[in-house]
Design a protein around this ligand. Structure first.
Ligand code: TXA
Ligand code: MG
Length: 357
């Protein structure tokens, strides 16, 4: 497939048009070994036919993704699990029945049905059924499982719109299906079911509480809250600086939102005095406190509404790239519900540069 030179084609898919010619054509591009970005309920994915080693290699090339960071395989229904995994653990079936289609990725033992490049030779494969009509129609049109990471250049914030995908990958991939903004705004929860005890490798759209209601106690991988650099994370994606805008990010953590705002203002003043152009990522509640002082202020959602914060997070981080800022001071949010995923992404975006108050 032609990659690299021509601008990427964009095809809009409106609600109700999922079975139309655009998705059929995208399926044909995947069957021919091409790369198609598509909307899911979490973020946009960059898909290739999961059984096609060369096409999957194209994903790594387009994103500049390290080869040891494995991909999620997207299937169109839980009923397909048996086709690609010889032994599907009972708890995987229970979770799939409950959460699929939806933002939960299950890491299962690899039965060598996918080329090694998909799983980075880890001995496990990550799989999920996305809850988006365009994604599901695309997988069906392709007729094969679709391997897809988030459709951003490696290390950058994940894309929640077709425009974000083009910002990063225009000319490097064949096609983008534009199905409007992704709803959730943070990626799926990655749950490792390959060992004795289920372990959350990446917090996401399904919360620990939701999982525990079905599974009992679930462990959180130490890398989620920023393990030491030496520790080898079980989810290779967790070791890289990630989700980052171009300017460095400092993350502030506190239970007391008003107190945190004061600290951020003091820090912003001292940075500005040294000639730094300061960006501030804030919850709506504190927005006014930062305004009118020459800072670039971008607000997500209300502090007590982690869903709204998650939905706005990546667009907000990308917004700073369009503004003249040298450094971004980011408010932390309570790590509850979807807030856990938000804090995990902000921690990665900051590269561990955290001020605990
Ligand atoms: O919501 C999502 O999950 C989106 C949409 C497109 O489905 N996809 C996504 O993919 O976020 P990606 O590649 O950006 O993140 C996948 C994460 C990475 O942290 C990767 O290391 C981990 O899942 N992962 C994939 N396969 C794994 C495996 N076999 N074992 C452990 N971790 C795995
Ligand atoms: Mg990603």
């Amino acid at each position: 497939m032609a990659q690299g030179r021509l601008p990427t084609r964009v095809m809009v898919v409106r609600p109700g048009e999922e079975d139309g010619p655009a998705v059929q054509e995208a399926g044909a591009v995947l069957r021919a070994g091409g790369l198609v970005a598509f909307p899911t309920e979490t973020v946009y994915g960059l898909g290739a036919g999961a059984l096609d080693e060369q096409a999957v290699a194209g994903i790594f090339k387009a994103k500049g993704r390290p080869a040891d960071n494995p991909l999620i395989v997207h299937i169109d229904s839980a009923a397909r699990l048996g086709r690609y995994f010889r032994q599907v653990p009972e708890r995987a079936r229970v979770l799939a029945a409950h959460f699929w289609p939806g933002p939960l990725t299950l890491v299962l033992r690899d039965d060598n049905r996918f080329p090694a490049i998909v799983s980075g030779g880890l001995g496990t494969v990550a799989v999920r059924v996305p809850d988006h009509p365009v994604a599901l129609a695309l997988i069906r049109a392709a007729g094969v499982p679709v391997a897809a990471p988030s459709a951003n250049v490696s290390g950058r914030p994940s894309p929640t719109t077709a425009a974000h995908v083009l910002d990063d990958l225009d000319g490097c991939i064949d096609l983008v299906l534009d199905g409007g903004p992704a709803g959730l705004g943070v990626e799926s929860t990655v749950l490792d079911l390959s060992g004795e005890q289920p372990v959350i490798l990446r917090p996401g759209g399904v919360t620990p509480r939701q999982l525990e209601a079905l599974l009992g106690p679930v462990k959180l991988d130490p890398a989620v809250n920023g393990a030491s650099k030496e520790e080898k994370p079980r989810s290779p994606g967790m070791k890289y600086i990630h989700y980052a805008p171009r300017a460095p990010v400092v993350l502030f953590e506190s239970d007391d939102s008003a107190h945190m705002a004061k600290r951020i203002l003091a820090e912003a003043e001292s940075l500005a005095a040294r000639g730094q152009r300061v960006g501030i990522l804030t919850c709506r509640d504190n927005e006014l406190k930062y305004q009118g002082q020459g800072y670039v202020v971008i607000a997500t959602g209300r502090r007590d509404d982690p869903g709204a914060i998650a939905a706005a997070l990546y667009e907000s981080l990308r917004c700073f790239d369009r503004q003249p800022v040298d450094i971004i001071l980011a408010e932390g949010v309570p790590a509850e519900g979807l807030g856990l995923a938000v804090m995990n992404r902000l921690l990665r975006a900051s590269g561990g540069n955290v001020v605990k108050i």
